[in-house]
Design a binder for this molecule. Structure first.
Ligand SMILES: Nc1ncnc2c1ncn2[C@@H]1O[C@H](COP(=O)(O)OP(=O)(O)O)[C@@H](O)[C@H]1O
Ligand SMILES: O=C(OP(=O)(O)O)[C@H](O)COP(=O)(O)O
Length: 403
């Protein structure tokens, strides 16, 4: 992959450079609650701007349905990016329309603009090659060069990630280079025991990676929304917890294979449950109930791991040589359900091994819960992306950046 330093050496002054970033940051209304992903890509943008390029930054935010949806606007990210860069960042209220064209045309050398959410256009995520290609053509007409630096989205075969770099001379940004450098080490020889902790809410996306992890990890600890499909597969009631019913046979197969291969596969022994999802805005007390993980009431959902599980997971992390963790253990955004995630974060810090935390929300959790991000071996901006990288899969957004 060409680096941005090589791109700059070729001369970028006055060139319009499209930077595909991952600015999918957590928001409370229009307030960014964690700006880690913006800070992570800012050095690439600053470097290109300092070299005299006209920088067009673009990203997705959340999962809008292919049409404008104000709750997923990137406008707050433009303001924050401007603060981080210490310069004005203009904002286009569309992606390939009149606003984008005018904003790009108005850029002077060294200036930066951010386009509105790419997923407001159905072509971005379309499974139809022609529809994605047409959107990529429109994006390509805005720029002369392409820099891929949205590591968190490189596992997505989307127009701006996969199709656009095929249409423009391209390079990999510094964030992607760093991420790949660290994760590559985890695919080579890892210090053992190699412990993988999986949680979060994107259960259907991430269950599949266990297939490959069973060949590599010594221990797999499951928490968060991921737990309940396994608990159900073991025959337990999971009430109204997150459940991927169609994946129950797959979970049973994983449990059987883990046993056969001698991989420790650890599920929660107790969980905090409630009939209601907590109010993340007011953070009003949620008064959760603590139950054994085989005794979840039919009308309640599991929202965090319980104290016995916290202790168990801390003990399973204590002697780790390597830890990879993706996905919060509970709805950490509410204080009543943050203790499981805190315990796992502390478990990583207490072990002597090399620790990697991956994922937008996991990284945000570590920071918002008060941990020092520099105390971890590496905090990756990608959850699904890093998991698929560790699986050894060809990632569309990395393949597209090859020379
Ligand atoms: N038991 C649970 N039920 C519902 N949501 C959960 C549960 N545990 C964790 N979550 C949610 O998972 C989200 C993060 O999941 P995910 O996007 O998969 O992680 P990441 O961004 O780190 O890859 C958080 O917003 C958290 O509230
Ligand atoms: O937040 C992201 O992934 P992650 O939750 O796996 O870290 C990326 O921005 C990708 O978003 P997507 O999973 O909606 O494609």
């Amino acid at each position: 992959m060409k680096t941005i330093d090589e791109l700059i050496q070729d001369g970028v002054e006055g060139k319009r450079i499209f930077v595909r970033a991952d600015l999918n940051v957590p928001l409370a209304g229009t307030t960014i609650t964690d700006d880690g992903r913006i800070r992570a890509v800012a050095p690439t943008i600053a470097k290109l701007a300092a070299a005299g390029a006209k920088v067009i930054v673009a990203s997705h935010l959340g999962r809008p349905k292919g049409a404008p949806d104000p709750q997923f606007s990137l406008a707050p990210a433009a303001a924050r990016l401007g603060e981080i860069l210490g310069k004005q960042v203009s904002f286009a209220t569309d992606t390939v329309g009149d606003s984008a064209k005018a904003t790009v045309a108005a850029l002077a050398n060294g200036e930066v603009t951010l386009l509105e959410n790419l997923r407001f256009n159905a072509g971005e995520t379309s499974k139809d090659d022609a529809e994605r290609g047409a959107f990529a053509d429109a994006l390509a007409s805005l720029a002369d060069l392409y820099v891929g630096d949205g590591f968190g989205a490189v596992h997505r075969k989307h127009a701006s990630v996969f199709d656009l770099p095929a249409r423009l001379p391209h390079a990999a940004g510094d964030l992607i280079a760093t991420e790949v450098g660290v994760l590559k080490k985890l695919t080579e020889d890892v210090a053992r025991p190699y412990v993988v902790v999986l949680g979060g809410a994107k259960v259907s996306d991430k269950l599949g990676v266990i297939d490959n992890l069973l060949e590599k990890a010594d221990r797999i600890l499951i928490g968060g929304g991921m737990s309940y499909t396994f608990l159900k597969a073991k025959g337990h009631e999971v009430g109204i917890s997150l459940l991927q019913e169609d994946q129950i046979p797959v979970c049973l197969e994983y449990l059987a294979r883990a046993e056969k291969r001698g991989v420790e596969f650890v599920l929660p022994v107790d969980v905090l449950v409630s009939a209601d999802f907590p109010d993340l805005k007011t953070k009003a007390p949620a008064n959760p109930e603590l139950v054994a993980s085989d005794a979840i009431p039919a009308d309640k959902e599991g929202l965090d791991i319980g104290p016995k599980t916290r202790e168990l997971y801390a003990s399973k992390l204590a002697d780790a040589g390597t830890v990879f963790w993706n996905g919060p253990m509970g709805v950490f955004e509410h204080p009543d359900y943050a203790n499981g995630t805190k315990a796992v974060a502390q478990g990583l810090l207490d072990c002597d091994g090399f620790t990697v935390v991956g994922g937008g929300d996991s990284a945000a959790a570590v920071r918002t819960l008060g941990f020092d991000e520099n105390a971890f071996g590496h905090i990756s901006t990608g959850g699904g992306a890093s998991l698929e990288y560790l699986e050894g899969k060809t990632l569309p957004g990395l393949a597209a950046l090859e020379d």
